[in-house]
Write a protein that binds this ligand. Structure first.
Ligand code: FAD
Ligand code: NA7
Length: 539
């Protein structure tokens, strides 16, 4: 059977793929097919079903903002959304916009190859389906390809080993001896939930991180009603802010406060709860200046010492690195270590030697006996899913070669050498609350597609110079911030062997959206030279 032809293929059915499908199908009237390798829609919220999985963006800002009609159907209960709530929200969006029939589940796109002659993408899936399309939108997810470290002896374990990002429905941790490797956002959420039901929980921590309270709790009906009535204003505030988390970021630096005021500001932030509020609503420069950063770090270390009753456990939990990773929040994380069934193992002091049938053996010879080992070891972030696929652009150029010195793009959307391919949350996209960034990019992509539909060439490709300038700008912006001072997925530095590279635009959503909108309203000047780029590449 020959390949089916559609106007556009979308890969991925998370927040990004769903909205893009809606725009291309319902607003531009194109024929679209979306492929999703999971057996359901939802992306992150389909895969991450581990106990305790929660958004750490507040519910009011973790949603689409284009869908005023769906507001009434929101199901909030608490300040943050559970995995189930986000997933059922996305299910409702898919039904409301009649998208289900356009999404093919259980099919992973293995390859997408640009045909220079016919100016189409030839797409092939794991099920052998072949489709050609004039446009390809990759909404593969930036925290989606799981990172499974290669611990010696893994295959010998007599119990179950699971990764949080591929959580099996049938796994119940009740009454089990659970070991959790990893203490990022995921590991801390999972550990808190597991500590309440497991007979014993052992947390295997490598580098300790800074946690602040989340302040999670029930939301009053009146607050939800207030949200609904001021939806337009909230939307406006989000797009006029840097981080898009739905609060007003501080503009007052640490140096402008007296010592007493500084302590009071941090204490208010701690009581208010939420990681991003603590980092960005208190002083304006915790993520920029060493003195402000150290003040916040010292404040949290003092809290750990007050909360954790065993001084040795408190010492092991206290980070010495700068407060420079994606900030974390939880309800009662440090308090959890006062519970008799919770144990902490510092992998900095006693690294994992090997996994044995009974559990995990550390370098001190101790075997930590376990029924379940949970890998909360994160993701091969941002470009992980791209490099897994065989994507070939103009002249057969492989994305793995094009990105050999690090992934690159213009606006996080378009990458040189790959015409008519559009990425959602591609490398160098904004660092912020992600649904608003996704919306901005998906709308931009729809307008670029519409522009291309009316062009004589039918081909849309970024100029290489615009891409290099964008990369330089991202590098410069990133140098202002502390995040590069520690290794983490923000720089792709959590995966052994990966280069530490700039994968985010740190200029904020407001500046990003202005840039992107200006590009579109000026008729896409950064794409004007695609015809000459074509000659160079194919020469
Ligand atoms: P995803 O939701 O990751 O969807 C991508 C989809 O593409 C996946 O379903 C995947 O299966 C599919 N796919 C990939 N490759 C292929 C292929 N080759 N073929 C077919 N299908 C493919 N962000 C926030 O802003 N705030 C939060 O509070 C927040 N909490 C999070 C909590 C967790 C546990 C995790 C893991 C992430 C969190 N994030 C949060 C980030 C979150 O990923 C984004 O907010 C958002 O869900 C991303 O949507 P997406 O559509 O871009 O990607
Ligand atoms: P993260 O933030 O990348 O955290 C992964 C954790 O796993 C972190 O504590 C790592 O320790 C630990 N890890 C990773 N590899 C190993 C090995 N080999 N040995 C021991 N420990 C290891 O991933 P999350 O899933 O928590 O969060 C990612 C984002 O998803 C998050 O920001 C939210 O947006 C949702 P390390 O700190 O590197 O020493």
């Amino acid at each position: 059977m020959g390949a089916q032809h559609v106007d556009a293929v979308v890969i991925g059915a998370g927040f990004g793929g769903i909205y893009q499908l809606h725009l291309l199908k319902n607003e531009l009237g194109l024929s679209v097919k979306a492929f999703e390798k999971g057996s359901g829609i939802g992306g992150t919220w389909f895969w991450n079903r581990y106990p305790g999985a929660l958004s750490d963006t507040e519910a009011r800002a973790y949603r689409y903002f284009f869908d005023d009609e769906l507001l009434v159907a929101d199901e909030w209960t608490h300040r943050y959304l559970t995995q189930r709530q986000v997933l059922s929200y996305l299910e409702r969006v898919v039904d409301h916009y009649d998208l289900r029939g356009d999404i093919v589940l259980n099919e992973e796109v293995d390859s997408a190859v640009w045909d220079d002659e016919d100016s189409v993408w030839r797409v092939r899936t794991s099920a052998g389906t072949e489709v050609t399309a004039r446009y390809l939108v990759t909404a593969l997810g930036l925290l989606s390809r799981v990172n499974i470290p290669d611990f010696p002896g893994m295959e010998s374990f007599a119990g179950r080993i699971v990764h949080t990002g591929a959580w099996p429905e049938d796994l119940d941790l009740s009454g089990k001896r659970v070991g959790v490797i990893g203490t990022g956002s995921t590991g801390t959420q999972l550990s808190l939930a597991a500590s309440r039901i497991a007979s014993d929980l052992t947390v295997f921590q490598r580098r300790p991180q800074y946690n602040v309270p989340s302040g999670n709790g029930p939301i009053a009906e009146a607050d939800i009603a207030e949200f609904r009535s001021s939806f337009g204003e909230i939307r406006g505030q989000i797009w006029s802010s840097d981080l898009a988390y739905g609060f007003v970021e501080s503009t007052k630096p640490y140096a402008d406060f007296t010592p007493e005021e500084r302590e009071a500001v941090l204490e208010r932030g701690w009581q208010r709860g939420n990681a991003f509020r603590f980092m960005f609503e208190t002083f304006s420069d915790i993520a920029e200046h060493d003195d402000a950063n150290e003040a916040a770090a010292d404040f949290i270390r003092r809290k750990i010492a007050q909360i954790v009753t065993d001084p040795e456990t408190a010492r092991l939990l206290s980070p010495t690195e700068p407060y420079a990773r994606r900030p974390l929040c939880n309800a009662g994380y440090y308090e959890m270590f006062n519970e008799p069934n919770v144990h902490l193992v510092s992998l900095l002091e006693t690294p994992i030697d090997r996994i044995v049938p009974e559990g995990i053996r550390t370098s001190d010879g101790v075997v930590h006996e376990l029924d379940v080992i949970v890998l909360a070891t994160g993701f091969d972030a941002v470009d992980g899913n791209y490099l897994k696929m065989d994507i070939r652009g103009r002249g057969g150029l492989s994305i793995r070669d094009a990105w050999a010195d690090g992934p690159r793009s213009y606006l996080g959307i378009s990458t040189y050498g790959f015409p008519n391919m559009f990425m959602i949350l591609g490398p160098q996209s904004p660092f912020c609350n992600l649904p608003p960034a996704i919306e901005t990019q998906a709308r931009w992509i729809a307008s670029a597609v519409s522009h291309t539909e009316q062009s004589s060439s039918g081909v849309f490709e970024v100029d290489e110079r615009a891409q290099s300038q964008w990369l330089d700008e991202c590098q410069e912006l990133s140098d202002h911030y502390v995040f590069g001072k520690t290794d983490s997925w923000i720089y792709g530095a959590n995966i052994p062997g990966k280069l530490n590279r700039v994968v985010f635009y740190m200029g904020g959503l407001k500046a990003y959206a202005t840039r992107a909108n200006n590009e579109a309203s000026a008729g896409f000047p950064a794409f004007a030279e695609s015809a000459s780029a074509e000659k160079e590449l194919t020469a």
